[in-house]
Design a protein around this ligand. Structure first.
Ligand code: ADP
Ligand code: MG
Length: 314
């Protein structure tokens, strides 16, 4: 059976995973990062891979941007746990057409993304293949031992996001369609940053958190599934930047759809008790409910959300 017929990436991971045997595994498969007990500390570990012509195309990504994005997606998963990144292991496969200069530029991007957080690249692997692949494993720690998983959302919690969404998907479509202009929007796709700048502050109050890598719909579904709750999202409250709205118009799509089904925005999606909501940055987009379904409220009209974000196999 092919993976599409089987139900896609998430179904496959579910089938492959088994419960950890070691009692030091605090969070195993199924969150933005794994967490293990390590002495008196908690070690946070995540891994993300990017493949040529699947995650990026060398026709509209500079080598440096490939490095920036590969690192940002990993940093974002550490941010989503409320943790701080420490060390990276970088493995790359290079094709016959990859030059020394190109690899140097990829590393310039990797180091640019890590420099703000004092992350060191401490190892990796280099091999040859028909396409360029970059895989990063990132290790992190927490200050006070607190981590935020996807599993703590409670009915009545508000749902917030740290910033405007849909920009990355808009940028991708602009690049694919070779549309002129919209340089800022295109960079949202090729040079994303993560929200380690405010994740610490949020982790103080959040009951659940995930980064938005597969689209708001998909990442919210992950939180709801893990927490055993549902949600109501106010479609009009989903923040989208003005230039992304203009791009959506040009691309013939709705701004909120870019946010819901696009992905790779690397903003944080989190829940917290309503009385703490004003203490943390972000935009409120909905509420957690006990009924394990996700509804989209569009000017008072409520429909169940049945379409979800990106899956490599669907
Ligand atoms: P994210 O989008 O936050 O990077 P993913 O959707 O890639 O997370 O992965 C979801 C969960 O599945 C994570 O816990 C990840 O570590 C785990 N996972 C993904 N692929 C595999 C695999 N091949 N084997 C084991 N675990 C995996
Ligand atoms: Mg993630």
């Amino acid at each position: 059976m092919n993976i599409k017929e089987f139900g896609g990436e998430f179904k496959l991971i579910e089938k492959l995973s088994r419960t950890a045997r070691n009692k030091n595994v605090i969070v195993g498969i199924g969150d933005d990062a794994a967490v293990v007990k390590f002495g008196n500390q908690k070690l946070i570990i995540t891994s993300d891979m990017m493949c040529e012509d699947e995650h990026f195309s060398t026709t509209y990504y500079s080598p440096k941007q490939i490095g920036i994005k590969a690192m940002a997606s990993n940093l974002s998963d550490i941010a989503a746990m409320g943790a701080r990144p420490l060390y990276a292991i970088v493995s790359i496969s290079l094709s016959d057409k990859t030059t020394v200069e190109v690899v140097g530029e990829i590393y310039r991007g990797l180091y640019q993304a890590t420099d703000a957080y004092n992350v060191d690249i401490i190892g990796g692997d280099t091999t040859h293949a028909s396409i360029l692949v970059i895989n990063i494993t990132l290790f992190g720690e927490t200050d006070n031992g607190k981590i935020i998983t996807r599993a703590g959302a409670r009915p009545g919690d508000v749902i917030k996001v740290t910033g405007p969404l849909g920009g990355s998907e808009a940028g991708l479509r602009l690049l694919k369609d070779k549309v002129r202009g919209f340089e800022r929007v295109k960079k949202l796709h090729t040079e994303p940053s993560c929200r380690l700048d405010i994740s610490d502050q949020i982790a103080h109050y959040a009951t659940a958190m995930a980064d938005i890598s597969d689209g708001l719909a998909s990442d919210l579904r992950n939180i709801c599934k893990s927490s055993g709750v549902g949600a109501i999202i106010n479609r009009e409250a989903i923040p989208v930047a003005d230039d992304v709205k203009r791009a959506a118009l040009l691309l013939g799509t709705l701004p909120a759809d870019l946010a819901l089904y696009g992905g790779e925005d690397y903003e944080l999606l989190y829940t917290l008790p309503e009385n703490f909501s004003d203490l943390v940055p972000g935009v409120q987009i909905g509420k957690i409910i006990s009924n394990e379904k996700i509804y989209l409220d569009n000017k008072g009209e409520r429909t169940e959300l049945t379409q979800f974000g990106f899956d490599h196999f669907l």
